[in-house]
Design a protein around this ligand. Structure first.
Ligand code: SF4
Length: 90
């Protein structure tokens, strides 16, 4: 049996519109400003469909699904943080 992924949010990219909470109500609730609070549990067959719908609909591309087995974060958000932390010398 393969480990299922987990839904994550790049809170810096997120605008707090909460479209995701409507599409993935079993996974996402919102704080008082409308920013998502995501259930950390591995996705199930049902919540995986909700998570995929939320990822697709997010206007800021702030949602992503990480590999449930490795615990690794996806490369794009990490690369962005690394670029800011280690600017290329001119
Ligand atoms: S849909 Fe995207 S931008 Fe809107 S609250 Fe959810 S994660 Fe943030």
């Amino acid at each position: 049996m393969t480990a299922r992924g987990r839904l994550r949010v790049d809170i810096v990219a997120c605008e707090g519109v909460a479209i995701c909470a409507h599409l993935a109500a079993d996974l996402i609730r919102t704080d008082s400003w409308g920013y998502p609070i995501i259930d950390d549990a591995p996705l199930t067959r049902r919540t995986e469909r909700q998570a995929s719908a939320a990822v697709t609909a997010c206007p800021r591309r702030a949602l992503f699904i990480v590999d449930g087995g490795s615990g690794l974060e996806p490369s794009a958000p990490q690369d962005i943080r690394d670029d800011h932390a280690n600017p290329v010398p001119s």
